[in-house]
Design a protein around this ligand. Structure first.
Ligand code: NYM
Ligand code: MG
Length: 226
């Protein structure tokens, strides 16, 4: 007999793409199906590191671009062993954002003098997340920044500007195209009706959730440390 583990499902997207609504609906679906589950949100603003991130996002503190990037990554590493343990105990883990947001947002920061020059190289942005527990499925809620803005406008946090969101969307596309074998990367049209999006998301992960996995929890971009 082989013991199975539960899947790790990550939901990614631009700001105002509906992640919070959709991760809650996915969790409600798991509850309805009696699937043990845990919903995590990154950044986790409750930890000491998370509080530093929160104050940076609200512009009540200034941090060097490298520092805030590493804090976002450290905020995931804080929960890495928890995630792995939950999966091995048969608890399906859903994460609202993960390492892909870490790369997409930081790599989209550009010089004030020239918007074509990135402040941080893409590979540098990826490096600190190498080795984190790898998701089995990434559901990317894709929406055009113009459409996202129409949903009641962006908030006041850093990065919530249309030009930035447009660059972030391109970065997510690149990350999805380079996704590793073993990670299911699903682009979901987040401009659709709420329940349509929810059904598409459930349809993409239902088999994984119901069957479980025999393969051990993977490591993100593990081939890059060889
Ligand atoms: N963000 C999120 C990053 O820049 N790097 C990361 O590693 C993560 C997880 O934080 N604009 C950005 C994306 C969002 C902001 O996230 C806060 P949310 O989901 O809006 O609370
Ligand atoms: Mg946001």
């Amino acid at each position: 007999m082989t013991t199975k583990r539960a899947p790790f499902i990550v939901v990614e997207g631009l700001d105002r793409s509906g992640k919070t609504t959709q991760t809650s609906l996915l969790q409600a679906r798991l509850e309805k199906e009696n699937v043990p589950n845990r919903l995590l949100k990154f950044p986790d603003r409750t930890t000491t590191i998370g509080k530093m991130i929160d104050s940076y996002l609200k512009s009540t503190s200034e941090l060097d671009d490298h520092v805030i990037h590493l804090l976002f990554s450290a905020n995931r590493w804080e929960l890495a062993s928890t995630i792995e343990n939950l999966l091995n105990e048969g608890v399906t883990v859903i994460a609202d954002r993960y390492a892909f947001s870490g790369i997409a947002f930081s790599a989209s920061k550009v010089e004030a003098s020239d918007a074509t020059v990135p402040k941080l190289p893409f590979e540098w942005c990826r490096a600190p997340d190498i080795g984190l527990p790898a998701p089995d499925a990434v559901l990317f809620l894709d929406i055009a920044p113009e459409q996202a803005r129409l949903r009641g406008g962006y908030g006041d946090e850093r990065y919530e500007k249309e030009e930035m969101q447009a660059r972030v969307r391109q970065a997510f596309k690149r990350i999805g195209e380079e996704a590793e074998e073993g990670t299911l990367w699903v682009v979901v049209d987040a401009g659709s009706e709420r329940d349509v999006v929810a059904e598409e998301m459930w349809g993409s992960v239902e088999a994984l959730v119901q069957r479980g996995l025999t393969a051990p929890v993977g490591r993100l971009w593990k081939d890059r440390v060889l």
